[in-house]
Design a protein around this ligand. Structure first.
Ligand SMILES: Cc1cc2nc3c(=O)[nH]c(=O)nc-3n(C[C@H](O)[C@H](O)[C@H](O)COP(=O)(O)OP(=O)(O)OC[C@H]3O[C@@H](n4cnc5c(N)ncnc54)[C@H](O)[C@@H]3O)c2cc1C
Length: 408
C-alpha cells in the first residue's frame, strides 16, 4: 500500500527521494523552506561514473546530462623549479565525473510536478502522533504523514529532533571556493588536468576541475573552472571569520558574493605564496567566492520511529570523499526498494536504517583517512620519490568498497 510521505528539504537528496517514491506510487509532498529555486551550493560537485550512470538509468537525470570526466588525480606541489604548473610525483587513477550543482538539481527538479513541491515551507517541529508524524510549519496548520524523511541538510532539524545528543563536529578546517569562466583563462590545455596541490608553506590543499556550464554546455570556452582551497582555521577564530560583508555573523557558510573583500584578498595573498603561478593567477581573478566550514557527524541509526534521515541530514562525511550525491541517491533508492516489499513497515525502516548507517560509516572512515592524508599529514610531494609517494598514498587511504571516485 502506498505511504503518505513528507520530505523536508527539496535539494539534491530530497528531490531524488521525491522522484523515486512518487513514481513507486506513494503520496509524496516536498516541503522546502527556500522561497524559490535553489541556486549554487558551490559550483561543482564530483561523483563517480557508476553513480551518474545509475542515476540516469533510474531516470533521475536525463540520459545526456553533461559531466566532465577525469581519469587521473595528480598529487602535486609547487617547487622552485616548477613555479608555473608545479611538480607531480604521483598520479592516481580515477573514474570521476564532475557536474554543475545547480544544473544537476534543475535537471532532476523538472521531474517533479509543482503541486507536490512546496516552496516557502519551513518546518518548525515534528513529533510522533501514534503511528504517524505531526509536523508544524512556519505559516500553516499542523500536517500529518505516515513517514517523514528529513533531507534538510548538514544542519538538519530532523537530526536534532531524532538524536538531540549528537552534535556536529567542526573539523578544524574550512573551504574557500569559487568558479571562473573558462573564457577568462589562458593556456586552457592545462585544464585537462585534475590536480590536488598540497600547500607549499602550510597545512591544507587545493583542487580544481572543470564543470559544464549551468545550461549544460561541455564546449571548450563555455565551461567553468571550479576550485576549492581547504585550509586550517581554529575553532576559536570561527566567530570573527564568519562575519560577512554586511556585518552579519554566519553559521556554516558565507554564500557566494557575501565574503568581506579584505578576507577574500587575504586568502588570495595566501594562495600566491602556496600554489603554482598558473593556478594562483586564476584564483586571484575569481570573484563572488564562498566559505564553507567542514563538519562531520556520527549517528547510531538513520531512523527513529517513522522519521528517517536522508543525504547530508544523516551522517556527515568530509567533502573530500565526493560522496554527497552517492549517499543521497542510495538512501532514496534503497528506501524505495524496501517499501516495495510486503514486509511490515517497521522492519523495512529498520533494515533500511541499518544498511544506510553501515554505508555512511564506511564513507566517514574513508573521509577521515582522506582528511589526514590531504589536509594534515601529506607527504612532502616536492622532495619524495614517486615510489615513496605511492607507498604513502596506499598506506594512508583505505578506499571504501561501496563508493569512491577512484578507479577500481
Ligand atoms: C565544500 C563542499 C564540497 C562538496 N563537494 C561534494 C562533491 O564533490 N561531491 C558530492 O557528491 N558532494 C559534495 N558535497 C556535499 C553536497 O554538497 C551535498 O551532499 C549535496 O548538496 C546534497 O545535500 P542534501 O540534499 O542532503 O542537503 P542540502 O543541499 O544542504 O539541502 C538541504 C535542503 O533542506 C532545506 N531545509 C533546511 N532546513 C529546512 C526546514 N526546517 N524546513 C524546510 N526545508 C529545510 C534547505 O533549504 C535545503 O534546500 C560537498 C559539500 C561541501 C560543503
Amino acid at each position: 500500500m502506498g505511504q503518505k510521505i513528507a520530505i523536508i528539504g527539496g535539494s539534491i537528496a530530497g528531490t531524488m527521494a521525491a522522484i523515486l517514491l512518487s513514481r513507486a506510487g506513494h503520496s509524496v509532498d516536498v516541503f522546502e523552506r527556500s522561497r524559490k529555486g535553489l541556486v549554487g551550493r558551490g559550483g561543482g560537485v564530483t561523483t563517480s561514473r557508476r553513480v551518474l550512470n545509475e542515476m540516469k538509468a533510474a531516470d533521475i537525470l536525463d540520459e545526456n546530462f553533461p559531466s566532465m570526466p577525469y581519469s587521473e588525480l595528480q598529487l602535486s606541489k609547487v617547487t622552485d623549479a616548477t613555479q608555473q604548473f608545479g611538480h607531480c610525483p604521483l598520479s592516481v587513477p580515477l573514474d570521476m565525473r564532475c557536474v554543475h550543482w545547480s544544473g544537476m538539481w534543475e535537471n532532476m527538479r523538472r521531474r517533479l510536478p509543482d503541486d507536490i513541491y512546496h516552496n516557502d515551507m519551513q518546518l518548525l517541529t515534528a513529533d510522533h502522533d501514534g503511528d504517524s508524524v505531526r509536523m508544524t510549519f512556519a505559516d500553516s496548520d499542523a500536517r500529518h504523514a505516515d513517514i517523514v524523511l528529513f533531507a534538510d541538510g548538514y544542519h538538519s532539524l530532523g537530526r536534532r529532533i531524532m538524536f538531540p545528543e549528537v552534535d556536529l563536529e567542526y573539523r578544524g578546517y574550512t573551504v574557500w571556493r569559487g568558479v571562473v569562466p573558462e573564457s577568462q583563462i589562458e593556456q586552457v590545455d592545462q585544464l585537462a588536468v585534475h590536480p590536488r596541490f598540497s600547500l607549499r608553506n602550510q597545512k591544507g590543499s587545493f583542487i580544481s576541475y572543470m564543470i559544464p556550464s549551468r545550461e549544460g554546455s561541455e564546449q571548450v570556452g563555455d565551461r567553468l573552472f571550479n576550485w576549492a582551497c581547504y585550509f586550517p582555521l581554529a575553532q576559536s577564530e570561527l566567530a570573527d571569520f564568519m562575519v560577512d560583508k554586511d556585518g552579519v555573523s554566519r553559521v556554516g557558510t558565507i554564500p557566494a558574493g557575501y565574503m568581506r573583500a579584505e578576507q577574500d584578498d587575504a586568502l588570495k595573498s595566501m594562495i600566491r605564496d602556496n600554489l603554482p603561478k598558473y593556478y594562483a593567477d586564476i584564483v586571484c581573478s575569481s570573484t563572488d567566492n564562498q566559505i564553507q566550514q567542514i563538519y562531520t557527524s556520527d549517528l547510531p541509526a538513520y531512523r527513529k520511529g517513522r522519521m528517517c534521515l536522508m543525504g547530508d541530514a544523516g551522517i556527515m562525511v568530509p567533502p573530500l570523499t565526493g560522496a554527497g550525491v552517492f549517499k543521497g541517491f542510495t538512501n532514496a533508492r534503497d528506501l524505495t526498494r524496501g517499501l516495495a516489499t510486503d514486509a511490515p513497515l517497521d522492519d523495512i525502516l529498520s533494515d533500511w536504517s541499518a544498511q544506510q548507517t553501515k554505508v555512511a560509516v564506511s564513507m566517514l572512515n574513508m573521509g577521515l583517512d582522506m582528511e589526514d592524508a590531504f589536509i594534515w599529514n601529506t607527504i612532502d610531494l616536492a622532495t619524495h620519490s614517486p615510489q615513496d609517494c605511492a607507498a604513502w598514498f596506499d598506506k594512508s587511504i583505505n578506499i571504501a568498497k561501496e563508493f569512491s571516485y577512484f578507479a577500481a
